[in-house]
Design a protein around this ligand. Sequence first.
Ligand SMILES: [Zn+2]
Ligand SMILES: [Zn+2]
Ligand SMILES: [Zn+2]
Ligand SMILES: [Zn+2]
Ligand SMILES: [Zn+2]
Length: 209
Amino acid sequence: MLNFMWVCFQISASSAGNYHLFFRCELCGVSHQSKSDRWKHVYERHGDDPSVLCSKSNCAKVFASAEMNIEHVNHHKLQGAIPNTCEICGKLWSSRVDYWKHMMGVHAEVVPFTCGVCLKVLPDLSQLIEHVRAKHWPLTGGDFCCDICGRPYSNRSKMSRHRKIHFMTVAKSDEGRGGESLAEPPNDEDVRPRPAIATKKANKVHTSI
Ligand SMILES: [Zn+2]
Ligand SMILES: [Zn+2]
Ligand SMILES: [Zn+2]
Ligand SMILES: [Zn+2]
Ligand SMILES: [Zn+2]
């Protein structure tokens, strides 16, 4: 009886919380609080399992489930060697612009670790850098390519502004902040925000009041 009551208590406690937000790894059964957490787990623990790893070596995306990987075969048929596939939720986007909108809006936390050449997501910055150097070096995709992720840009200032995302802590996308916040860090080449610029901005605000 006591056991039964304890079980009831646990169920009601969990149903009061975010019980629907658990994403289970189908390979080992471990649950995760977000799709991207589950994807990261699958990448790190089961990344060489052929059921979740795309067999095309130039792609080699790791999917959160075997079903997504099977569906992804069609993405290659439709879009060729580098389809605009999100490996975290398995969706295919008709253009790169739509792909990036999706990533920035729904999986913003992995955007700093996503390859700008082949759109593969890596679990952290050092693995992204390693991936880009090993697979895409030298970068030839555009006049100004980000040296971290390889993403091509037509002008230097846009590229420099983008480059900062690799060093930012991104707020969880559930908080409703879209892609714009990622594209709008402060100015120029320096990776860390400069105190001088912050002061200038603060003064401006002050005088306008
Ligand atoms: Zn697992
Ligand atoms: Zn693939
Ligand atoms: Zn997705
Ligand atoms: Zn790549
Ligand atoms: Zn980049």
